[in-house]
Design a protein around this ligand. Structure first.
Ligand SMILES: Cc1cc2nc3c(=O)[nH]c(=O)nc-3n(C[C@H](O)[C@H](O)[C@H](O)COP(=O)(O)OP(=O)(O)OC[C@H]3O[C@@H](n4cnc5c(N)ncnc54)[C@H](O)[C@@H]3O)c2cc1C
Length: 483
């Protein structure tokens, strides 16, 4: 029986485990942490629970397929809830309450500015056409430039607008800044500003508006726990507290792993650990040409995040998902891309008790606050700056909402880019991985069948097709074509 190892039980590694668990392999997942999930794991502070990372679940059909491959129905295994309201977006001069019903959104935009409803309708139809042509491309490997000549890629070419960004493409639908930002803040899911993100990514908000945003009772972290359970049910093994130290390579071919000083032979290895971290720490440099530490240093990486997880003895009126935009959002985005810090921040608030009573005791709440910040290539001393940013974040929410948060805090946990790097093994703390600029996408992104070493495969946000749960799950589905 073929012995297959997966390094890391993040969403990518677990999805790979699901896809491979029915193929009759001797399957082992090695996770360095004491629980599964990685950047998507569960955090508990006493009776207050949180998702460490992902809170937005969209494009469910990919996750459905992952469960089907393992012989299960995701709708039976998880308590999935479609959110009625997508999110609240608080700009300086207007608040948009975005609905799951596009007709309501047309009315909302039209009320804000006559004609804007029509712009939204046009944008919506254009994204539908775009998704239809791009979805098949992202579902396949893209190993080299010849693949640009594939019929499906040629069909999509007119929709690519390679010289436009998400921001400039949206501007062609309506130049109003609030309109543009309400349909482009999703570039942050890729750790990019809308000015940088290739126009292709205007489909991200469409996935939410047309196909819905989902919550899982207990948190998105439950997807990971369920996958680990089903992999073991199918005969695979998930080993916790097992940090892989080295991938052993001989003459360009993977032979096995070194774990806790012990050599373990394997036939195939799948890397889920952060791609750039893995190249720097798990493979000896002389086995690499394209992805040496020096070459990786020169690549572009996503922004990072500063996180506050608060357990509070009070419930608040925030929506399930809410974003407070900076006063000068444009400068904030531009500053982020130039590694600058500012007090005029944007904050995303996750207030899951609006939908799910498992996060905190009755009358209490668990708030997750996320502030996009530069990654560790910026010159910021996080040992002092994190306290300052905590105060700025709390001030902003208290002032904008006219509420008192501070005196209700019963539990608190903070993560800054240095913890993402040191505790989660994320290169430069760039939590959304290699940036998604055109020179680092498709055939120019690390391929799921690793180009440099035989019998090594890649899954997760740093590989093809990209960061974000749907594409991470898709990276595992692509493995099906190789293994
Ligand atoms: C704050 C935040 C919010 C996010 N929000 C969203 C969202 O709302 N929606 C969305 O779709 N995406 C979101 N993402 C992006 C993405 O979905 C998550 O980061 C996701 O967890 C990445 O999955 P992954 O499998 O690529 O990597 P990881 O989750 O990092 O998994 C890698 C695993 O490898 C393990 N590992 C590392 N090194 C070793 C080693 N040497 N040996 C053994 N194990 C090792 C790690 O412990 C980890 O478990 C968010 C990310 C962050 C950080």
């Amino acid at each position: 029986m073929k012995k297959v190892a997966i390094i890391g039980a993040g969403p990518g590694g677990l999805a790979a485990g699901m896809v491979l668990s029915k193929k009759g392999y001797d399957l082992h997942i090695f996770e360095k942490d004491n629980q599964v999930g990685g950047r998507s794991k569960r955090l508990s502070l006493g009776d207050y629970h949180f998702d460490i990372g992902p809170t937005f679940l969209m494009y469910l059909e990919i996750l459905e397929e992952v469960f089907q491959k393992a012989g299960y129905d995701v709708h039976k295994e998880l308590d999935l809830m479609r959110l009625e309201q997508l999110y609240t977006l608080m700009f300086n001069d207007v608040t948009f309450n975005m609905s799951k019903d596009p007709i309501e959104n047309i009315k909302m935009y039209e009320k804000y500015q006559p004609g804007m409803g029509k712009s939204y309708e046009k944008w919506f139809s254009a994204q539908r056409r775009k998704l239809n042509v791009f979805a098949p491309i992202l579902k396949k490997p893209f190993p080299n430039a010849l693949h640009y000549l594939r019929p499906d890629v040629l069909k999509a070419a007119p929709y690519l607008h390679p010289f436009k960004s998400v921001y400039s493409l949206l501007k062609t639908f309506n130049p109003n800044e609030n309109f543009i930002h309400s349909l482009s803040f999703q570039a942050k899911y890729l750790g990019m500003a809308s000015y940088q993100a290739p126009s292709f990514f205007t489909i991200l908000p469409y996935l939410e508006h047309a196909l819905g945003l989902y919550h899982v009772r207990g948190g998105l972290n439950q997807i990971n726990h369920k996958m680990a359970e089903l992999i073991e049910k199918n005969g695979g093994k998930v080993h916790l507290n097992r940090q892989v130290e080295e991938i052993i390579v001989e003459k360009g071919s993977m032979k096995g792993l070194r774990i806790h000083g012990e050599y373990m032979p394997f036939d195939e290895v799948i890397i889920n650990a952060d791609f750039a971290y893995a190249m720097n720490h798990l493979i000896k440099e002389d086995h690499l040409k394209k992805y040496t530490p020096l070459k990786l240093e020169k690549k572009k990486y996503s922004v990072s995040t500063f996180m506050l997880y608060l357990g509070l003895d009070k419930e608040y009126d925030f929506s399930h998902h809410e974003i407070l935009f900076s006063k000068d959002y444009e400068s904030y985005l531009k500053g982020l891309t130039q590694n600058e810090i500012t007090d005029d921040i944007s904050v995303y608030i996750h207030n899951p008790i609006r939908t799910d009573d498992t996060y905190a005791p009755k009358g209490h709440s668990s708030l997750f606050l996320l502030v996009p910040v530069p990654n560790l290539t910026a010159d910021v001393d996080w040992s002092t700056y994190r306290e300052h940013l905590k105060e700025v974040t709390l001030d902003l929410i208290e002032k904008r909402h006219q509420i008192d948060l501070r005196s209700h805090i019963k539990a608190i946990h903070m993560i800054d880019p240095t913890q993402w790097k040191d505790d989660y093994n994320v290169y430069q703390g760039a939590v959304f991985n290699l940036a998604h600029n055109l020179p680092q996408m498709l055939n120019r992104r690390p391929q799921n069948k690793f180009e440099e070493i035989k019998h090594v495969y890649l899954v997760g946000g740093g590989t093809h097709p990209g960061s974000g749960l749907p594409t991470i799950y898709q990276s595992a589905l692509i493995l099906d074509k190789y293994l």
